[in-house]
Design a protein around this ligand. Structure first.
Ligand code: SF4
Length: 171
């Protein structure tokens, strides 16, 4: 699932290309951006892209953690907040006003959105390990398709994932 992510980690997962066919022979997908399931069921493996930037992210992550035997922080954002955490040295209220009220080209009277349906932003962007226990991290922005494949192959075989030198990177 994607929290404060850019969907790039999911795209890199899809870059395993034809190996997806071998994968779907062996696994069933639960809630995911690739399925239409709205609620998460019991899962063996949960892959989380993105850090936590708003209240809904926190709620979704907690629910996901409760349903997954093994939870994996996928990509820089989930592991350490990633590039979105560059906003952490700024004040969120000032950021919102700058974007929604003070930017050039806005309609007169533009306001920061405050509909209760919208999740409240957190003051800071957090990596997911600050809120739930994670079992593994798969680094990279994004991790390569080969890294995904090696990682998942190991996990499905019951092995502790081992990424060789060429598959482990943080950029
Ligand atoms: S780690 Fe990189 S690719 Fe993955 S969600 Fe974050 S910004 Fe996107």
């Amino acid at each position: 699932m994607s929290l404060a992510g850019c969907f790039g980690c999911h795209m890199s997962f899809l870059d395993i290309d034809e190996r997806l066919f071998a994968l779907i022979e062996r696994v069933e997908f639960d809630r995911s951006p690739l399925t239409d399931l709205k609620a998460v069921g019991r899962c063996d493996i949960g892959l989380v892209e993105g850090g936590l930037c708003n209240a809904e992210n926190v709620q979704v992550l907690r629910e996901f953690r409760a349903h997954c035997k093994t939870l994996v922080a996928v990509g820089a954002c989930a592991i350490n907040g990633g590039l979105p955490a560059q906003r952490n040295h700024l004040r969120i209220d000032e950021l919102l006003r700058a974007v929604y009220q003070q930017r050039d080209g806005l309609a007169a009277g533009a306001q920061v959105p405050d509909d209760p349906e919208l999740p409240l932003p957190l003051n800071r962007v957090h990596p997911i390990h600050e809120v739930v226990h994670i079992d593994y991290s798969l680094p990279g922005c994004p991790p390569s398709a080969d890294a995904f494949w090696q990682f998942l192959t190991d996990l499905m075989a019951g092995r502790t994932p081992q990424l060789g030198h060429g598959l482990m990177h943080y950029d």
